[in-house]
Write a protein that binds this ligand. Structure first.
Ligand SMILES: [Fe+2]
Ligand SMILES: [Fe+2]
Length: 217
């Protein structure tokens, strides 16, 4: 299949699975106490630093210079998002003294194991960033409903444009590199597996926390 048509098909396939992420709201128990924004912003910190590390870890194992530079740029962008959230927490009077860099969970373990460039792009920028964009959108609504317009604006004006850009770069790179049946099969499998693991982890976390509105990266 021609790569542009393939990427379009993969996008449609992802959208179907992404819709399931949107349904997680129904898993959050009625009457269960809702977490405050501070807890959710701490989840954002963990996600941002994990994706920054992932992108950085992929730089040396990616031979194609354009993908290598895109990953390096993304690692920097996610680190900047971490700093933005950290600054916001500081403004809210929250200390970072107890923040610990999270260990590698099932999702990042899978992502780090991906051997080929096309799988990395499909799982990382193309899929993980579209998850981030979608869940951040829900988090902005949650922040606004909780009366924190400043946090919502930080996401809308500074973080979301980057997440969208990362996803668009992923799309362009897939169009360039997912040109053979084997590459397209690998890309599809990596995107599907990423969405499956992310949905599983987020549904467990949503049931535990009483909300599915926590941000991504
Ligand atoms: Fe991102
Ligand atoms: Fe980010």
């Amino acid at each position: 299949m021609e790569s542009k048509a393939f990427v379009q098909e993969l996008q449609a396939h992802n959208e179907l699975l992404l819709a399931r992420l949107g349904d997680l709201g129904s898993l959050t128990g009625e009457g269960q106490s809702k977490p405050d924004l501070i807890q959710l912003l701490k989840i954002a910190l963990a996600n941002e630093i994990s994706v920054s590390e992932l992108a950085a870890a992929w730089v040396p194992s990616t031979p194609e210079w354009d993908v290598k530079l895109t990953l390096a740029q993304q690692a920097g962008d996610e680190a900047r998002h971490f700093k933005l959230v950290e600054t916001r927490l500081h403004e809210l009077g929250i200390s970072m003294d107890d923040f610990v860099v999270p260990g590698v969970n099932k999702l990042f373990e899978y992502l780090r194991s991906l051997p080929s460039t096309v799988e990395k792009i499909a799982a990382g920028q193309f899929t993980l960033e579209s998850i981030a964009y979608r869940v951040n959108d829900r988090f902005m609504s949650y922040a606004e409903a909780a009366g924190d317009r400043q946090t919502a604006q930080m996401y809308r004006n500074l973080i979301q444009p980057d997440e969208l850009y990362h996803q668009q770069l992923g799309r362009q790179l897939l169009e360039k590199y997912a040109t053979t049946p084997d590459a397209q099969r690998r890309a599809r499998e990596a995107a599907t597996k990423t969405l499956e693991i992310a949905t599983e982890l987020r549904s467990k976390a949503a049931a535990k926390m009483g909300t599915s509105c926590f941000p991504g990266c």
